[in-house]
Design a protein around this ligand. Structure first.
Ligand code: HSE
Length: 346
């Protein structure tokens, strides 16, 4: 029996509970093990929930229960989520998370803490929602130098840009729709300002370099100032405007990083990636160009990636700590994507 505790019963947390409880047979077939949600921690009450008897408010119950080996942190942010992640790892429990804010800010410390306690910190869902990308970069592409990772990494802004361009919806209405669909962050400013894309780009850059790149090192511009007039102009040029996160290896071997609205021409595979869909183009030194595309936000797509990590944790097949990034050495500099020619067009 694999006992799992879920912290936070919001969009993603409730999706994780649903997938584990409703797909128990599938999980059993795939792993030979029975998965069970033992606790759900939330400050709110959910008396109507079919899982009402699993709710608790005191984390020490989970911390002290040796039968819980995996904790899903779906609280978000860096406050309580950081404290409880540290306590869970210190208790030797593997933590699985979609929390890109925490991974991008505190990853180095949390990977180290996990390793010290013979646990793991897994974050497949933190970039690209339901798209498998962390594990492909760490495992399947381990033989490659990663020459470029560029992508549409935020479902909310892609949804807004698509609605504005194709349905003439106002920015505000499109944002409200994205919130209603459960795509947006609790504070959608993080989506709109490009911060969310920046955090995900920091994670991808850290994987490409093999050592930590902080979000603060990445020049970031959001979509606040994109107008329908800009979109019409882009159309005349045969392009669409997409918010891209970019990690590009320059001729001198330095990685150029940036987040900004970018012109995407019709012949780019990113051109037709619309609505909540995310997509990443990865250029490996041996693999050549690859594309990953899928739903970048939402309850079940994100839960799909979280539960895959839960399964890996239970099988103990997840990437070992040597794939984690560590503090960056001074001789591994990064540069601005604006230093590259044609920085605003992919
Ligand atoms: N707010 C994020 C998005 C959620 O819209 O992509 C997934 O990270």
């Amino acid at each position: 029996m694999v006992n799992v505790a879920v912290l936070g019963y919001g969009v993603v947390g409730s999706g994780v509970v649903e997938v584990i409880e409703e797909n128990r047979e599938v999980l059993m077939r795939r792993t030979g093990q029975t998965f069970r949600i033992k606790y759900i921690l939330d400050i709110r009450d959910f008396p109507q929930s079919p899982y009402a008897d699993l709710f608790i408010k005191d984390f020490s119950v989970i911390e002290k229960d040796p039968s819980v080996s995996i904790v899903v942190e779906a609280i978000g942010g860096q406050g309580v989520a950081f404290e409880l992640t540290k306590r869970a790892l210190a208790a030797g429990k593997t933590v699985v998370t979609p929390n890109k804010e925490l991974v991008s800010a505190k990853g180095v410390e949390l990977f180290a803490l996990a390793a010290q306690n013979n646990a793991e910190y897994l974050y497949e869902a933190s970039v690209g929602g339901g798209i498998p990308i962390i594990r492909p970069l760490q495992n399947c592409l381990a033989a490659n130098e990663l020459n470029e990772i560029s992508g549409i990494l935020n479902g909310t802004t892609n949804y807004i840009l698509t609605q504005m361009e194709q349905s003439n919806t106002s920015f505000t209405d499109a944002l409200m729709q994205a919130q209603a669909l459960g795509y947006a962050e609790q504070n959608p400013e993080a989506d709109i300002s490009g911060k969310d894309t920046c955090r995900k780009t920091s994670i991808l850059a850290s994987l490409a370099l093999g050592s930590y790149v902080a979000p603060e090192e990445i020049h970031t511009v959001g979509i606040e100032d994109v107008t329908t007039a800009d979109m019409a102009l882009a159309k005349e040029l045969g392009c669409r405007i997409k918010l891209l996160g970019r990690v590009v290896k320059g001729k001198n071997g330095v990685y150029h990083l940036g987040v900004s609205p970018t012109l995407v021409p019709e012949d780019s595979p990113l051109y037709s990636v619309n609505d909540v869909f995310n997509a990443l183009i990865v250029k490996g030194s041996a693999s050549g160009e690859l594309m990953f595309r899928g739903r970048g936000a939402g309850k079940l797509p994100t839960a799909s990636a979280v539960v895959a990590d839960v399964i890996d944790a239970a099988r103990q097949t997840s990437p070992r700590p040597w794939f984690s990034w560590s503090e960056r050495a001074e001789n591994v500099p990064v540069a601005d994507v604006r230093d590259l020619p044609h920085a605003y067009m992919i």
